[in-house]
Design a protein around this ligand. Structure first.
Ligand code: COA
Ligand code: MG
Length: 293
């Protein structure tokens, strides 16, 4: 899952457009991109879109971002959108293990009501959106088998703590948001799920998006969220292993295969041991999943 494009759930025009975006996943939004007055109507708009879109042969995954558990809207959101059989639910402002357990139970009930296979609806969580959530990041492992991914976020946290900004003039994150990003990354890996980078909001700045995407890949994120269709191709390219990287990984795997008993070997003047092999195998698995090898 390289690219995940947000689409406001109250916009039939954008919903129509998003299918051709090339995104691996569409995040159909009922939360922050939908005005309070449009929230109830957006549920049916998203459900009706899903009902026809899930039938497409070659299609992206569909996740619906519901409103957070403390809004009083989450149950109504789930009641309506589960009728459309989304691939998953994206929970915003998640505060840890208990929120995920609660959401899992709510989904289980709706799956039974709508005749969907038990556990078929996956979940992703948005973390570091509340100050509390920063302190529960290590609690997701084992909370629900539905969990497929975890993404960190900066904007809501900055608003919650009254920060004037979360970026410096040069575009870098300010120190508190470097911490949130790093903790979010490690939280995803600790839970053994996909680590997803937060969207780059300046959607006309392609160079900035490319740089931030490359930094995310470098650090261990599997993919990045997008807010505009024009961002998708850049993200897909950055998160698809290139020929050079595949060649390097294959050489490492081959070198270990040729030396079955060896714990460590030298290749091109570099020492390689188990972590290098694991990293090479992961890269080849990603390339395989993307259909390149
Ligand atoms: N999904 C699908 N289509 C989108 C889209 C999206 N996220 N963002 C833009 N488009 C469409 C526009 O409707 C427009 O269609 P048109 O050519 O038929 O008129 C086209 O792509 C070009 O859009 P553009 O004019 O460049 O941008 P805009 O000013 O219309 O929209 C935003 C800018 C930011 C409002 C829009 O990109 C958006 O709604 N993004 C999602 C925001 C969101 O979900 N935020 C929550 C998560 S942070
Ligand atoms: Mg938000």
């Amino acid at each position: 899952m390289r690219s995940l494009l947000f689409v406001p759930g109250d916009s039939p025009k954008k919903l129509d457009k998003c299918l051709a975006s090339g995104a691996d996943t569409l995040l159909l939004d009922l939360e922050d991109s939908v005005a309070p007055s449009a929230k109830i109507g957006a549920r049916a708009t998203v459900r009706d879109f899903l009902k026809s879109a899930v039938k497409e042969k070659k299609r992206p995954a569909f996740y619906v971002r519901i409103n957070s558990l403390d809004t009083g809207l989450a149950d109504g959101d789930l009641d309506v959108v589960l009728e459309g059989k989304p691939d998953g639910i994206l929970l915003p402002k998640s505060n840890g293990h208990q929120d995920l357990v609660l959401l899992d139970a709510k989904i289980t009930a709706r799956e039974a009501i709508h005749g969907l296979p038990d556990g078929s609806t996956k979940v992703m969580v948005l973390v570091t959106e509340t100050p509390l959530s920063v302190f529960t990041l290590g609690t997701y492992k084992g909370a629900s088998d539905r969990l497929t991914g975890l993404s960190w976020a900066a904007l809501d946290l900055a608003v919650a703590v009254n920060a004037e900004t979360y970026r410096l003039e040069n575009g870098d994150y300010t120190p508190p948001y470097q911490v949130a990003r790093a903790l979010g990354l490690f939280a995803a890996h600790a839970a053994n799920v996909l680590a997803i980078d937060t969207p780059y909001l300046n959607f006309r700045d392609e160079a900035g998006l490319k740089k931030e995407s490359e930094e995310a890949r470098r650090d261990g994120f599997h993919g990045k969220m997008a807010i505009h269709p024009a961002q998708v191709a850049i993200i897909n390219e950055v998160f698809t292993p290139n020929t050079e990287a595949i060649k390097r990984a294959q050489a490492i795997v081959d070198a270990f295969a040729a030396n079955p008993g060896a714990g460590t070997i030298g290749v091109d003047g570099n020492m390689l041991d188990r972590p290098h092999l694991i990293r090479a195998e992961k890269l080849l698995a990603t390339a395989k999943a993307a259909g390149i090898i």
